[in-house]
Write a protein that binds this ligand. Structure first.
Ligand code: URP
Ligand code: ZN
Ligand code: ZN
Length: 471
């Protein structure tokens, strides 16, 4: 591997913004200094560009069986699209539902990702049920595989939903192992009833997806998860927070010193519930869970990000083609596969809607898109920052470019883009993963066997000083 020097750019981390050169050697950042001279090194001119740490997307579903079908982006198209968008590490959900041994699920996920990852990756282990065997296996497996996060669903009654008892047991294992417990917070049982009532009343259009999943049921489940995590003494990470009701519960808990983190996603910050009313069944393109909310929920989400009460931005990449997949629910909204394509635009949409529109600072952007996830999920400081000794995962970002997001030009394997027509400011121009180009001048030049599985470390809690946990 040749040495590289990135020169002339503005380095931005979660805490600092400054001009300096970066020397890359043996996959790592070897030196950062005002001027670096090395005649053997390849020079990368970053004049006029921001030099960001590679994005870390803590929430993806690639090649995942769900809602009687499978997501349309697999590891190849998903990780290439992620790289185009400035993401160099993803954490994907490994489903264990239906497995007698949890390790079988890891083997399946390894089969899916093998030779198909353009960027680095890890897994969160999803738990829908625990029995005597799996309860014993789980802590050993987490340690063996370097997995420091478990995921539990309080929704999807017919597929993944865990009982409160299982949720509590997962929190106990989280407490014992130090793993973060990620929870999809919606009251799945009540939603199921509302869905049934809506269908009985003849209400089958996509908008009923949103109307049968009101924000109160996200707020209620968020509060329940917070209290169960507290009783068990676990660290809770609430995935895809969408509404004021859930944000309020998270803020209350954090103010009490509970170890609770929250993630939101670009569509909840930029789109709203009216998208589900688009004619010709186009509303189905915007069906995911929790659903898009009335526009009034966007401001509480931005405020919570700004106040660091929500820490991360996940894509919740879970793509289904409109033709053939979303259309499964043409006559019944409950059959529309839940999920959307966001892995590629997560970084740019947050930059454009957040930094360029003055809602968040440049350093907070880096924190949300990369650093906080690295810290919470045990990747820091190997990843998530630009520092000597860290992996040379680097995005050269041109903040002066204006472009329009479109399915015509995106790299995801899906026939629509939920942000179609959105004009964004800024674009990742080149992306390096452990010192090698994955994207060079907006072209994919990476390789599908370079992305590496990362065994993670248990994270020091971000709020160790102020955390209040029983036991
Ligand atoms: O609708 C969504 N979000 N699909 C992916 C699964 C999940 O709930 O995260
Ligand atoms: Zn979810
Ligand atoms: Zn998800």
């Amino acid at each position: 591997m040749t040495k590289k020097i990135i020169t002339g750019g503005t380095i931005v981390t979660a805490t600092d913004t400054y001009k300096a050169d970066i020397l890359i050697e043996n996959e790592k950042i070897a030196q950062i200094a005002a001027k670096i001279i090395d005649s053997e090194a390849e020079i990368i001119d970053a004049t006029g560009k921001y030099v960001f740490p590679g994005g870390i997307d803590p929430h993806t579903h690639l090649d995942m069986p769900f809602n009687n079908t499978v997501t349309d982006d697999d590891w190849e198209s998903g990780t290439i699209a992620a790289a185009f968008g400035g993401t160099t590490t993803i954490l994907d959900f490994c489903l264990t539902a239906g497995e007698t041994k949890l390790s079988n699920a890891i083997e399946k996920w390894n089969e899916k990702s093998k030779g198909k990852a353009a960027i680095d990756y890890g897994y969160h282990l999803m738990i829908s049920d625990l029995n005597e065997e799996t309860e014993k296996e789980l802590p050993l497996l987490l340690e063996k595989e370097g997995i420091t996060s478990i995921k539990v669903f309080m929704a999807y009654a017919k597929e993944f939903q865990a009982t409160d008892r299982t949720l509590y047991k997962a929190f106990k294992i989280g407490k014992e192992t130090g793993a973060v417990v990620m929870v999809h917070c919606e009251n799945g049982s009540v939603i199921d009833e509302l869905v049934e009532q809506a269908k009985l009343a003849g209400n089958t259009a996509p908008i009923y997806h949103a109307l049968t999943r009101p924000p109160e049921l996200e707020g209620e489940a968020t509060k329940r998860a917070i209290e169960l995590a507290y009783v068990a003494g676990a660290t809770l990470y609430v995935v895809h927070v969408t509404c004021k009701e859930a944000v309020d519960e998270i803020i209350k808990a954090r103010e009490k010193g509970y170890d609770v983190y929250g993630e939101t996603c670009p569509p909840y910050l930029t789109l709203d519930q009216t998208a589900l009313e688009k004619p010709n069944f186009e509303g189905a393109k915007y069906v995911w869970s929790p659903p898009l909310r009335p526009i009034s929920h966007q401001e509480p989400l931005w405020n919570a990000l700004k106040a660091k009460q929500l820490q991360t931005i996940g894509s919740d990449q879970c793509s289904f083609n409109f033709n053939g997949k979303k259309q499964l629910g043409l006559n019944d909204f409950s059959k529309i596969p839940n999920g959307g394509p966001f892995i590629e635009d997560r970084f740019s949409v947050l930059y454009s809607e957040g930094v360029a529109k003055g809602r968040i600072s440049l350093n907070d952007f880096v924190d949300m898109i990369s650093t906080s996830a690295a810290k919470i999920f045990g990747l820091y400081p190997q990843k998530g920052t630009i520092a000597v000794g860290s992996d040379a995962d680097i995005v050269l970002f041109d903040p002066s470019v204006k472009r329009t997001i479109s399915a015509q030009t995106h790299h995801m394997n899906v026939d629509y883009n939920a942000f179609e027509g959105l004009e964004v400011t800024g674009e990742p121009i080149s992306v390096l993963l452990r010192g090698e180009y994955v994207i060079k001048d907006k072209q994919f030049v990476g390789s599908l066997d370079y992305g590496k599985y990362i065994k993670r470390k248990l994270a020091k809690k971000l709020s160790d000083e102020e955390a209040v946990v029983p036991n």
